[in-house]
Design a protein around this ligand. Structure first.
Ligand code: G6P
Length: 496
């Protein structure tokens, strides 16, 4: 930043794109964390003088803003109690289950809500302090839904975008939230609200109509003004996110990754068919359903452990939240039972790995896997499905994909779609995937790769920021006639 008071582009997300470590003497160090969002935004940030506001990931860690790779990183401090109430509580034990079809029951606690409001205000204040006059601020995800309005109240000069990385629930579920109106008002502080799927955008528009009575026309909501402010138009549309497909494709072509993938297969005893599941250990991912189906296929004798094996990577996640602890026990109990029942010496039925791995190891696992199982009960997008495809430059492998992922909207043409609640249906599809002939695999994988390599994450961020920056920068004039109330759904697939 030179000769200016602030940054032209400010990204706000719960976590900063770096991991911090504190040594015994209290010295703080950091290293880049390889997330999709940072890959997508780094080039835009570097071009446009950008700052990133987010939490360090540790309790009570006070770190001054610093520069990393041409970006200004601005850490927000959270106390241990705030982590418990805002992050583990309201974000991940209220909103997360509520927005994922109440697969687990959401807990509603007023103290958690108070902490959520306070922490959102802190993020908004930090973003307001970084942004240049007329700058663009892009706020991310369900942890920060109140930030757009809090920001607009302080800084009406800003262009404000919000992107929801997870599903937006149907009104019938959303209205359980005691603070539903405040959340809607918070989001409507933005100029543009992005969702993964057109269906999420229509759920949001319907919630706005029913809970606020504001006028909507297709994807546009008109937020009425008051004595001080004119009315404004807010747009809600779908911008399906992707991965850095080219880089992932190149990574999977490197001799090291190729060799590692052969080594993985050899270590597994060179099975005829290796199946793979890769998930955060989260109840939305349908891991139990998948393992149950797999166990029944073994029981039915349709596959056997001498020829087929399942590798399940379940990376640790949100381990202080009760529902995640219960899930871990259930999954590990199930894996233990199935291995106890069906494994033979030298042939595990399931290789269960409760770890996270670097991208090189992930690429090698994807390349080694004949069948990739993505069986989420509800999932905003599911980037694992896209990574599997990007890794398969050999045009081999079969993707079994849940209908309940955002990715299914785009990948239905080449994946085998499943309903993970229908265990018999899923068993048949898993067996069909294991037996699919190479010509059919190639035909499908080519189709999938065309899609994933074309729609990469930089296209996603350019498309969102392009629409946001093209929106009129001033509030609509007060004389603007309110548009006619309508029941229309927003325009499908708008934006990307
Ligand atoms: C999902 C959410 C992200 C979140 C990530 C990891 O993808 O959409 O906002 O960062 O899960 O979860 P965590 O709670 O570890 O940040």
């Amino acid at each position: 930043m030179t000769g200016k008071d602030g940054y032209d582009l400010v990204v706000v997300s719960n976590r900063l794109p770096v991991d911090f470590t504190v040594d015994d003497e209290g010295h703080v160090d950091w290293k880049r964390s390889p997330g999709g969002l940072v890959t997508a935004l780094e080039p835009v940030m570097q071009k446009s003088d950008g700052a990133w506001v987010g939490w360090s990931g540790a309790p009570d860690l006070e770190v001054d803003p610093f520069d990393a790779d041409d970006m200004r990183l601005v850490p927000v401090t959270l106390s241990a109690t705030e982590i418990e109430r805002y992050y583990e509580g309201f974000s991940n034990d209220t909103l997360w289950p509520l927005y994922h079809d109440v697969i687990a029951p959401p807990a509603f606690h007023r103290q958690w809500w108070d902490a959520y409001r306070r922490v959102n205000q802190r993020f908004a204040d930090a973003a307001a302090a970084q942004a240049e006059q007329g700058a663009t601020v892009w706020v991310h995800d369900y942890q920060l839904q109140l930030v757009p309005r809090m920001l607009r109240e302080q800084r009406p000069d800003l262009k404000i975008g919000f992107f929801n990385h997870i599903p937006f629930p149907p009104l019938e579920l959303f209205q359980q939230l005691p603070w539903r109106r405040q959340v809607i008002d918070g989001l409507l502080g933005a100029d543009l609200i992005g969702f993964q799927r057109a269906g999420d955008a229509s759920n949001f528009i319907r919630a706005v109509r029913r809970l606020t009575g504001y006028t909507t026309r297709g994807p546009i909501v008109t937020v009425p003004g008051d004595e001080d402010r004119p009315s404004r138009n807010v747009r809600a549309a779908a911008f399906p996110i992707s991965i850095d497909s080219r880089t992932f494709d190149e990574l999977a072509r490197t001799p090291e990754v190729q060799a590692r993938s052969r080594e993985i297969r050899a270590d597994l005893g060179d099975p005829e068919c290796m199946m793979l599941g890769v998930d955060r250990l989260d109840y939305t991912k349908g891991i139990r359903h998948r393992i149950k189906a797999y166990g029944e296929i073994l029981q039915d004798g349709r596959i056997d452990v001498e020829h087929v094996t399942l590798v399940q990577v379940a990376s640790p996640s949100r381990e202080n939240v009760g529902a995640y602890q219960e899930l871990r026990e259930q999954v590990e109990g199930l894996v233990g039972r199935i291995n106890g029942e069906y494994a033979e010496i030298g042939h595990a039925a399931i290789h269960y790995l409760h770890h996270s791995y670097p991208p090189e190891e992930m690429a090698a696992l994807y390349l080694a896997a004949d069948v990739m199982l993505v069986t989420s009960l509800r999932d905003g997008m599911n980037l694992v499905a896209k990574e599997y495809i990007a890794a398969r430059s050999d045009d081999r492998g079969v993707l079994v994909l849940s209908e309940f992922t955002g990715a299914a909207d785009e990948l239905a043409g080449g994946a085998l779609l499943v309903n993970p609640h229908d265990i018999d249906g899923m068993k048949d599809i898993i067996v069909a995937a294991a037996n699919m002939d190479v010509r059919e695999q190639r035909k499908r994988m080519r189709r999938l790769r065309r899609r994933v390599l074309a729609d990469d994450v930089s296209k996603w961020s350019e498309s969102f920021l392009g629409v946001l920056q093209a929106m009129p920068s001033r509030d609509t004039p007060r004389t603007h006639a309110p548009s006619r109330p309508t029941d229309e759904a927003p325009v499908e697939g708008e934006g990307a």
